[in-house]
Structure formats: structure tokens, C-alpha cells
Design a protein around this ligand. Structure first.
Ligand code: ZN
Ligand code: ZN
Ligand code: ZN
Length: 225
């Protein structure tokens, strides 16, 4: 059965002002990542990927998903927003905690199509002005240059700061050096930048490209629109 905690998040996803900003599909892995603007005007990244046993897995970098929602076996309201307001899925009668939102291929294809044709979605779901603001802000920070790309060096799969292994959910957990394509945990590189008083260069190749990222971001965890 659907828990009241999950039901509450679905209800909030319908009431709150949450907007779709943009989306990205990795054509090789099918990994989908979507930027959304939450009720607080913070930008969050939601991702949908498949696990080794072909199950769909939702992630979101918002505080609720990182702390409370996952612990109680539910997904945050941002994921609910994508499922019910963007994908237009029917609310299921019952949800299991193991796989909160099973999506079949038809729903997934419909979802991707709706993401791609987002300008045709209702203004309560896609706000053109907000999306443009996001694109401008994203570009000025230059953060796109630090998103892991297909040629990222995944084989050296440990973080040079904490020496832990690099999570397979690269887009939300890691930054990639634009110069040498090596990966570092976002949070580790941020701590390193603070430690170096933003005079930060790549741990691998000493590229100073990183300085532009941290000097403009001013240590904010989330972009605000
Ligand atoms: Zn979320
Ligand atoms: Zn690390
Ligand atoms: Zn580098």
C-alpha cells in the first residue's frame, strides 16, 4: 500500500509551484537527468536510471530525498511532480516500498517525449521565463563544463580527495575536470576549494578552470532562480 508519507508528497507535488527547466538523456546509457525549480526557487536535479536488474531508480539531490524520503522508502515531491504532472502517469492504487514508481516502456517513452516538447506543456508545469533565466545563469557559472560527459575517465574510479569510489550516478555526485576529464565528488571538490580559499586547481592536471566555478558559485549548494 502507498504510505501516507508518499501520499503527502504526491499531494504537495500537485499544490506547490514546481517547474520543469530542462532535461538530458544519455543516448548510450539511457540515463535521464532533469533540472527542476522547486517551491523555494532552488534548482534540483532529478535523475532516472536503470539498475543492473533493469529496475528504474529515481534520485533527486534535494534535502528531502537525501535525508528523509529515501529512509522511509518514498520519493520526494520533485519526483512525484515529474511522474504525475510531466509524465502524466495515472496514480497507482498501491505502491510497494521496494520500487516506488514502476514505469513501463510506454510511460517512459511518453515521459521523454513530453520532456523534449516541454514548451507545449501547461504554464503551471513549464514556465518559459524561468527556463530562460536558468539557461542564462547556468551558462554564466559555466557549470555545464563540469558535468561528467561520455568521455569522462570513469576507469580511475576513485575520488582524489576522499579516496572513496565514485558513485555510478555521476551527474548528481561528481564534477569532471573540463581539461583532463577526471572525476571528483562535487562535495569533496567544494571542501577542497574552501580549504584553498578558492585558489583551486585540478588535483590531476593543475588546470585552473575550477576557479571560475567556485568564485562565481559563492559556495551555495543549490542554484536559486
Ligand atoms: Zn527532490
Ligand atoms: Zn570524494
Ligand atoms: Zn584536470
Amino acid at each position: 500500500m502507498m504510505s501516507h508519507l508518499q501520499y503527502d508528497r504526491i499531494r504537495r507535488s500537485k499544490q506547490d509551484a514546481i517547474f520543469l527547466l530542462d532535461s538530458n538523456v544519455d543516448t548510450d546509457t539511457g540515463h535521464l537527468s532533469v533540472n527542476i525549480c522547486g517551491n523555494s526557487r532552488n534548482v534540483y536535479t532529478v535523475s532516472l536510471s536503470r539498475t543492473r536488474n533493469e529496475k528504474f531508480q529515481w534520485k533527486c539531490n534535494c534535502p528531502d530525498m537525501l535525508m528523509h524520503a529515501r529512509k522511509s522508502g518514498c520519493v520526494c515531491k520533485h519526483v512525484c511532480f515529474l511522474i504525475y504532472k510531466v509524465a502524466n502517469a495515472h496514480e497507482p492504487e498501491a505502491l510497494t516500498t521496494r520500487e516506488p514508481f514502476p514505469m513501463d516502456e510506454i510511460t517512459l517513452n511518453q515521459f521523454v517525449a513530453r520532456l523534449e516538447n516541454r514548451t507545449e506543456l501547461p504554464a503551471s508545469v513549464f514556465d518559459q521565463g524561468l527556463a530562460l533565466k536558468f539557461t542564462d545563469k547556468n551558462f554564466s557559472v559555466g557549470i555545464n563544463a563540469f558535468l561528467p560527459s561520455k568521455d569522462a575517465r570513469i576507469e580511475s574510479a576513485t575520488c582524489p580527495v576522499c579516496f572513496d569510489s565514485i558513485d555510478d550516478n555521476l551527474v548528481t555526485s561528481c564534477h569532471m575536470c573540463p581539461a583532463c576529464k577526471n572525476l571528483v565528488h562535487k562535495t569533496c571538490m567544494e571542501k577542497y576549494a574552501i580549504h584553498k580559499n578558492n585558489q583551486v586547481s585540478c588535483i590531476y592536471c593543475r588546470s585552473t578552470a575550477w576557479m571560475s566555478l567556485y568564485s562565481k558559485q559563492k559556495q551555495q549548494k543549490y542554484m536559486r532562480l
